[in-house]
Design a protein around this ligand. Structure first.
Ligand SMILES: Cc1cc2nc3c(=O)[nH]c(=O)nc-3n(C[C@H](O)[C@H](O)[C@H](O)COP(=O)(O)OP(=O)(O)OC[C@H]3O[C@@H](n4cnc5c(N)ncnc54)[C@H](O)[C@@H]3O)c2cc1C
Length: 469
């Protein structure tokens, strides 16, 4: 076989910016078979396989890429799913540039192999062509409850179901998927893709009960003591939005990014017949510089805004969003107001937003996060004329679970305290992982935590069984 020694990745086919900024369809449309095989041939199949170490769930990357070269796409999918339960999702949203692809030897001189693009191709190929039926494993007679149907909870549930556990996932919202369905917009991750992954879990026997807010409808103690569950995994995420505590945050037209994105993505507020209202603002300021801010800005644009600003207090180099998201946002015409910090949201006579007062910033010495601290410039106030403001400056875990569970220890900021590698909490038979433990992080880290906890739960229950024999 001849390797492809091109220094560049095969380009991802995508909708043109002028077209895509007016619709909610997926921006990137995915490799063809020919492009995937050509890209796979860029892999050098190195002896030390550094890419695997860069993947939080340790996918056997060179092995699946070899199967792509062989055009055995189904086998490539089977190799990925040995380690990852959500490949179509991870292929789309994982920050590969700081994980597997960062370690790729081809990245030393040129671009790394497009591992994420290949993972996405393989998962999409499987869902389109394969008729391999998922077999429900034989029951082992043990019951486990999972709270929260985001990537952490779904991964934990899937891994336990594969071992024969009777798993019930309790989800507060009316749909499973967590941030994958209520946060990340359809133009990056179509809900149908997430649904296919959830259907696979259901075929494994995982039961999902929606509209079940644990801590309100049932408590964790009730699940363990009255409902026959032998262990509980908490994967409730970090959905509580933060605000800046500046004047004007309670005006009409100010949203948290979570509320805005939930209305748009989950409740489909962009459709004419949607039952959920949303303000279709003409000029929007999104405060923040992460993926959430980019998603909110690009969604506001698609809702019809003429001008959308990203207001971020550091410089471009510190933007925490994925590079690809920043590039896509720029191509679509989002205006970046960098080194800019809001100090007040201004009202009109009806208490609607009419502008956002900001100050200019400059960067000082690095702070505890290692990033240079933004410092306000004197006499630098100015106003951006907007009629809506979306706050995307971070989230924390919701305090409900802590408040309703005896003996569950958390950090001051709300993160559940767990033992490393197992996710075991301070409460017997209760495990936790994902954003509920780490604060807002990434899909793959949440999945990794769900996997580790599933292994630890299995070990604990099997130990109990053996001690009774
Ligand atoms: C807009 C946005 C864009 C993002 N983009 C990316 C990206 O591009 N790449 C990436 O890797 N990461 C991204 N992230 C981060 C990533 O989505 C999260 O790190 C990940 O979803 C965390 O998974 P989780 O399972 O811990 O929590 P979540 O996905 O938040 O799921 C938690 C679930 O628990 C449910 N729940 C909460 N409380 C209860 C309760 N009391 N009872 C029952 N259910 C409950 C919630 O409704 C939710 O469904 C993004 C996040 C956001 C918000």
């Amino acid at each position: 076989m001849r390797r492809n020694m091109s220094l560049e990745k095969n380009k991802m086919p995508s909708q043109e910016p002028e077209v895509r900024k007016k619709n909610f369809l997926e921006v990137a449309t995915g490799y063809t078979e020919e492009q995937a095989v050509d890209e796979a041939k860029r892999c050098l199949d190195c002896k030390h396989k550094p890419c695997i170490a860069g993947c939080p769930v340790r996918i056997e990357i060179p092995e699946f890429i070899q199967k792509v070269i062989d055009r055995d796409f189904e086998e490539a999918y089977q190799i990925i799913t040995r380690s990852s339960s959500l490949p179509a999702v991870c292929g789309r949203v994982c920050p590969q540039e700081t994980q597997c692809e960062e370690k790729c030897v081809r990245g030393i001189k040129g671009e790394p192999v497009g591992i994420g693009r290949l993972e996405r191709f393989v998962a999409d190929w499987h869902f389109k062509h394969s008729d391999t039926k998922v077999e429900k494993p034989k029951s082992n007679g043990h019951k486990v409850a999972v709270i929260g149907a985001g990537p952490a909870g779904l991964t934990c549930a899937g891994d336990l179901a594969k071992k024969g556990y009777d798993v019930t996932v309790f989800e507060a919202l009316h749909e499973a998927g967590g941030v994958l369905v209520y946060g990340i917009p359809e133009f990056r991750l179509p809900i149908s893709v997430v649904q296919k992954e959830i259907d696979t879990l259901k075929a494994l026997g995982v039961k999902i009960e929606t509209n079940m807010v644990i801590g309100r409808v049932l408590s964790i103690d009730e699940l363990l003591e009255e409902r026959g569950f032998e262990a509980v995994f908490i994967g409730t995420g970090a959905g509580l939005p933060r605000f800046m505590n500046i004047p004007g945050e309670n005006l009409k037209g100010v949203y948290s990014a979570n509320e805005f994105l939930t209305r748009v993505n989950l409740m489909k507020a962009y459709k004419k017949d949607a039952s959920t209202p949303i303000q279709r603002a003409k000029k929007v300021a999104v405060v923040g510089g992460g993926n959430v801010a980019m998603d909110a800005a690009r969604s506001a644009l698609r809702l019809g805004a003429e001008k959308v600003y990203i207001v971020y207090r550091r410089s471009e180099a510190e933007l925490p969003a994925r590079l690809e998201e920043v590039e896509h946002a720029k191509e679509e015409g989002i205006i970046f107001k960098l080194l800019t910090n809001p100090v007040e949201i201004l009202p009109d006579e009806n208490k609607f937003v009419k502008g956002i007062k900001c100050v200019e910033m400059e960067l000082g010495e690095p702070d505890s996060s290692g990033r240079r601290r933004p410092i306000e410039k004197e006499n630098s106030e100015f106003v951006i004329d907007v009629d809506s403001v979306i706050m995307a400056i971070g989230t924390s875990p919701n305090p409900l679970i802590k408040a309703t569970t005896k003996g569950l220890e958390t950090e001051n900021w709300g993160g559940i305290i767990v033992e490393e590698k197992t996710g075991k909490t301070s409460k017997d038979s209760v495990y936790a992982g994902g954003d509920a433990v780490t604060g807002a992080a990434t899909v793959i880290l949440a999945m990794g935590a769900g996997k580790e906890a599933a292994a630890a739960i299995d070990e604990e229950i099997q130990k109990r069984v053996k001690s009774k024999e």
